[in-house]
Design a binder for this molecule. Structure first.
Ligand SMILES: Nc1nc2c(ncn2[C@@H]2O[C@H](COP(=O)(O)OP(=O)(O)OP(=O)(O)O)[C@@H](O)[C@H]2O)c(=O)[nH]1
Ligand SMILES: [Mg+2]
Length: 1134
């Protein structure tokens, strides 16, 4: 980049009103990077001829090889229009679903998005996903309908057919926007209704929402994509042309003398030109006329293609070129490839860069236009209500809205991701042209060196024994400077090996400068914590010792220019920038501010769920430290990857998909660890569940009518594995004692209806918010009120649960819920079925009055923890449970054995001291475990469960606690273990099943290879859900689901089998129960007949279970020698 370019950009950064931050988003391969190339070429960074071929923003080698973008990267450009100069910060994002987290990070720092849609493929799954992302971040989208050349050269459509296709695409995109918008209006209306008392017309209309209510008052015209609004560009990025209808309106209103406003409104739509009356009329379609857009726009483009690409008619081309007033270089017009010629004409006539950049400048908001709604959203972590933030924090909203860069404004910067740059890419290590002063200085140095050399020579020859004083001094300097040079080289070499982490950030207020000290607010930071502890005059230099708050010094600031970085001294508000030297302060994302009252920004809306996991290890065991370090760096450099060490000691990498996995492994090998690595085959997650007793057997015969036959291979239930006091009734109610027999628990497991499981999965954020709230209430901390949108959502969630949990066994279930698991927000439920224990409601955030009802019984937390542990790993193969409800039906605690304290301690004095110690131990354990209510007596009295002898014991205050310890360890621990066991047994008392994760995929393919696609799908246990033909094309779209376990290599296989004509993208969709029982053996007549006594046909669930168990080092029941006799005969024969 030229020096003037950088100076220009630095100047432009100060004019906030003329800054536009936008990202290009789309489905994979719809032409984002190609479009970016054209925009970059308009700034002279690359040549026009290379635009579309270079893919400048794909700077990684693997991106170039695979032809897909994997990392989003930013570049700063400038653009002139209407005598205004704009600074454009453009981010190119990946479209592949595996990298959707890169889109999430990009949209956070932008104010607008350019949505690209391939005109042939139309709206694809990722197009919808990115539109949703843009919507969630409250950023404004504009549309580019790309690849229109394909309609001409590939599909050979007529201009009219093309017009219909364009209309369809617009409708599809607007339908997506419309549904997003409607749901938002209804949501905000509901929110208003919550705060308002119901009005009279509410009562008349009942509880039914009028879908259009509230919609008509809300102006949504700017939301939709409409060519007449100027927010749609039609174009072909590869051929370099693109336009908004405004350009043609200008051209024709002058040429035909039509009022430009009229033409603007009618050029797109069902209007035609009545040649006789020279008037524009409505109803082109019904009258069979050509719409204006076809006649005035598309036909021109079609005839240009016809002349240049199809007929290659020199004369005709010249005529067109002359009429448009263009001048084409002979090297372009004589080029053997007609596309080069076409490109040269198009980039002059209708340059796509101009159309897109003008649209960006005119239609997308500047950083100054940030809305209150967006600011509040950014500031409210975990669905908190804005007005529940500290007042001083709320005041910062003004700083966001004012968007000032002067010294008075607080500095607020958000870092959305960290990315690694190798040393060669750092500006300080790049060769630069020398400045004039440097040249003079170097010349001077060379002169002195020469003089010195000459002097030395003279000295050696003994001709002149005197050394001029000046030379002597320079020589004296020379020695240390050589040493300095050597040291510098060494340090340079060292720094060259190191990867530099740059924070990808945006300034939301103030100006960041080099050397500035800022607070680093990690995502968990809470400004209320700081308020209490802040000294009067604080600064980032102080050691404030506030959790999740640290401070850092800004070392380097960069303007991001694709793969290049340019050093700058300061960056004012509204800009996207790179910050160096934060690797020790920030893991993935963070907020930086001069004010500790600033809240951390809400976490990014990451769409991608890391699901594919592999265990990695170094080829040479001695290189383990490098691997560990490399994984740490990889974790920092990628927003979506997760790294962890399992209990087994394995280092595990969790990624979003196969392509993502490949990229992570490559990064690890070549960049972060720089060692050879071997990785296991992907570890597939499973879930364990229970089902209602099946009515039919494995051969689909009714079980009820059949006679059970003797089971030959039935696993002998080993009685010894059941603990003493274990009992299970015919209905699956499991009763178990704690080892010290002081408590008895009865638990029953029930399968949850599928809809409920799904609801729990979808609403885990709500459950988390509720858990957070309940915990605050329980611990008596300051309650952070939940905002009304979330409360409304919780209400709906509760209502839906009530609707779906009907029937006798679920009576009052929703109110009895005491926990979700695992990890307190999973898809399993613990119900409190005790008649004598009213627990504070799970839903207390909904109703203030319910907060004082009920109290937690002692050790309630142990019961919940036991359930959590049980839900985390099930008995089939220690995978998490899903869709299981545990009902606690009995929980008796008795202290009959209290004498054991005395029997354990012979002398009373001895007993006294040790009791006190034990008492302390327990108290501390309990505090950390459950934060129990310290006044135990009161709750005892309330429930009448714990018998009174405890009170008469000598140990004073600690009485009841002393009673609960014994040789089995602390009572709370026993209760956890017993609850866990009880849940596991209750689970095993029901028919158990494994669940597998399923991918959905949409495969677009031609009719010729359709059969092969089906072949691959069925081989991998895929299921086709839908097959339809894409209108206007010869392509078929197949929608299918496929188990994750069978998906590895699927995309490659499809690509190979169809010679690259189909390439599916796999997206995690849901969990599905595998119908067969993992421990199945024939039990009915029919099964026995069908499968034989050995039942050795393939049982998929059994196979999966054994793979997991083997991997985890668990016991696997497998015969190693199946047919011993045969083996003997074989060896004899040898
Ligand atoms: N015919 C035609 N092909 C295009 C056009 N624009 C892009 N392509 C081609 O489409 C393919 C994908 O283009 P990219 O620009 O890499 O697509 P992308 O959206 O950046 O893809 P990802 O970054 O992987 O999501 C390339 O082979 C381009 O040459 C266009 O206007 N017309
Ligand atoms: Mg790309």
């Amino acid at each position: 980049m030229g020096h003037t370019h950088l100076a220009n950009i630095v100047d432009l950064q100060k004019n906030t009103a003329n800054i536009r931050n936008f990202c290009i988003v789309a489905h994979v391969d719809h032409g984002k990077t190609t479009l970016a190339d054209s925009l970059i070429a308009s700034n002279g960074i690359i040549s026009n001829r290379l635009a579309g071929k270079l893919r400048y923003m794909d700077s990684r080698e693997d991106e170039q090889i695979r032809g897909i973008t994997m990392k989003s990267s930013s570049i700063s450009l400038h653009f002139n229009t209407d005598n205004q100069e704009y600074l454009i910060n453009m981010i190119d994002s990946p479209g592949h679903v595996d990298f959707s987290s890169e889109v999430s990070t990009a949209v956070r720092v932008c104010d607008g998005a350019v949505v690209v849609v391939d005109v042939v493929e139309g709206v694809c799954p990722q197009t919808q996903a990115v539109l949703r992302q843009a919507w969630l971040e409250n950023i404004r989208p504009v549309l580019v309908i790309n690849k229109i050349d394909r309609l001409i050269t590939e599909l050979k459509l007529t201009p009219l057919e093309a017009y219909i296709q364009l209309q369809k695409i617009l409708e599809q995109v607007n339908a997506v926007t419309g549904s997003l918008f409607t749901s938002k209006v209804l949501e905000s209306r509901a929110e208003m209704d919550v705060t308002r008392e119901p009005t009279s017309d509410w009562t008349t209309s009942g509880q039914i929402y009028d879908w259009s209510a509230g919609l008509e008052e809300t102006d949504d015209s700017h939301l939709y994509f409409a060519p007449e609004q100027g927010n749609v560009v039609f174009g072909s990025a590869i051929d370099g042309w693109g336009f908004r209808i405004g350009q043609f309106v200008k051209m024709y209103s002058e040429k035909m003398g039509i009022n430009s406003e009229v033409l603007r409104k009618t050029l797109w739509g069902d209007y035609y030109l009545n040649t006789k009356s020279k008037k524009i009329m409505k109803g082109a379609q019904s009258k069979g006329k050509k719409p204006l857009f076809v006649q005035l726009v598309l036909e021109n483009i079609w005839s240009l293609y016809e002349a240049v690409v199809v007929q290659r008619d020199k004369e005709k081309i010249n005529k067109i070129v002359n009429s448009l007033g263009l001048s084409i270089l002979p090297r372009d017009s004589r080029h053997s490839d007609p596309r080069v010629h076409l490109n040269a004409i198009c980039t002059q006539w209708l340059p796509i860069s101009h159309a897109v950049l003008e649209m960006v400048c005119k239609k997308l908001p500047s950083p100054l236009d940030i809305t209150e709604e967006r600011v509040e959203k950014l500031m409210c972590v975990r669905s908190r209500r804005f007005d529940s933030l500290p007042v001083q924090t709320q005041a910062l909203k003004q700083a966001f809205l004012e968007c000032k860069s002067d010294g008075t404004a607080p500095v607020i910067v958000f870092i959305c991701k960290m990315f690694a740059v190798d040393s060669k890419g750092m500006p300080q290590n790049k060769p630069r042209p020398l400045t004039r002063e440097e040249i003079v200085q170097r010349r001077e140095q060379a002169r002195t060196r020469l003089a010195e050399k000459l002097a030395n020579q003279g000295k050696q020859m003994g001709e002149n024994s005197e050394i001029p004083a000046a030379n002597a001094s320079t020589r004296g300097d020379q020695v240390p400077s050589q040493m300095e040079q050597a040291a510098l080289n060494a340090s340079q070499q060292k720094s060259e090996q190191k990867d530099h982490f740059i924070a990808f950030a945006r300034v939301y207020s103030g100006t960041v400068r080099r050397g500035q000290k800022l607070f680093v607010l990690s995502p968990k930071y809470n400004p209320s914590d700081a308020l209490a502890k802040l000294p009067e005059n604080y600064s980032p230099d102080d050691d404030l010792l506030i959790p999740h708050l640290s401070s850092c010094t800004v070392q380097d600031l960069y303007v991001l220019m694709g793969k290049e970085l340019e050093d700058v001294q300061e960056v004012p508000v509204g800009n996207v920038l790179g910050i160096g030297g934060l690797e020790d302060h920030v893991l993935k994302s963070a907020t930086l501010s001069t004010s500790p009252l600033c809240p951390p920004f809400t976490p990014l809306n990451l769409d991608a769920i890391p699901i594919v996991r592999v265990a990695v290890e170094p080829k040479h065991p001695s290189e383990m430290p490098q691997l560990v370090r490399g994984m740490k760096l990889l974790n920092q450099a990628d927003p979506c990857v997760e790294v962890l060490v399992q209990e087994t000691g394995e280092h595990v990498l969790i990624t979003a998909g196969e392509v993502h996995l490949q990229r992570c492994l490559d990064d690890l090998r070549e960049r972060f660890a720089k060692i050879e690595i071997s990785s296991s085959s992907p570890i597939v997650p499973f879930r364990e569940t229970i089902i209602r007793p099946p009515k039919v057997d494995m051969v689909n015969e009714d079980i009820g009518t059949q006679q059970k036959v003797a089971v030959i291979h039935q696993k002998k239930e080993d009685q010894s594995k059941y603990p003493e006091g274990f009992a299970v009734d015919s209905d699956g109610l499991v009763t178990l004692n704690t080892p010290n027999k002081l408590a008895t628990i009865s638990v029953r497991a029930l399968p949850l209806p599928e809809v409920v499981t799904q609801l729990l999965e979808e609403n885990c954020d709500l459950i988390r918010a509720m858990e957070h709230f309940n915990l605050s209430v329980k611990e008596g901390r300051e309650v952070q009120e939940i905002n009304s949108t979330t409360l409304e959502a919780i209400k709906i969630f509760k209502q839906k649960l009530e609707e779906n949990l009907v029937g006798r066994k679920w009576r009052n279930a929703v109110n009895q819920m005491s926990s979700f698991g695992p990890r307190r927000y999973g898809p399993n439920i613990l119900l409190n079925g005790l008649k004598d224990y009213e627990r504070p409601s799970m839903w207390q955030c909904l109703d203030k009055s319910s907060r004082d009802l009920g109290a937690y019984r002692d050790f309630d937390n142990s019961i919940v923890s036991g359930f959590q542990l049980a839900a985390l790993s099930g008995p089939i193969c220690e995978e998490p449970l899903m869709g299981v409800c545990f009902i606690l039906e009995k929980w008796n605690m008795s202290y009959k054995d209290q004498q054991f304290v005395q029997t354990h301690h012979h002398s009373p004095t001895e007993g006294q001291t040790s009791k006190t110690e034990v008492c302390q131990e327990i108290t501390s354990k309990e505090n950390s475990l459950s934060n129990l209510n310290p006044v135990l007596e009161s709750s005892e009295a309330q429930h009448g469960q714990i018998e009174t002898p405890a009170k008469s014991s000598e140990a004073g205050q600690c009485n009841s606690e002393v009673l609960v310890t014994d040789c089995y360890g602390p009572f709370s621990g026993q209760l956890i273990a017993t609850m866990k066991e009880a849940c596991r047994f209750a689970f095993q008392a029901k028919p158990q099943r494994l669940m597998t994760a399923m991918y959905t995929c949409e495969i677009m393919t031609t009719a010729e290879v359709l059969g092969r696609v089906y072949g691959v799908l069925s081989k991998r246990a895929g299921r086709v859900l839908q097959e339809e033909m894409k209108e206007g094309t010869e392509m078929f779209i197949i929608k299918a689901v496929l188990p994750v376990a069978e998906s590895f290599g699927f995309a490659d296989e499809i690509r190979k089998r169809t010679s690259g004509q189909a390439s599916p993208q796999l997206v995690f969709s849901h969990w599905e129960v595998i119908p067969s029982d993992p421990d199945w053996v024939p039990t009915t007549e029919e099964e026995y007949l069908h499968f034989g006594e050995k039942a050795d046909s393939v049982n998929q669930a059994h196979k999966y279970m054994n793979t997991v168990r083997k991997r985890k080092g668990l016991y696997v029941e497998e015969k190693i020698v199946e047919h011993a006799e045969k083996q003997r005969t074989l060896s004899k024969n040898k």
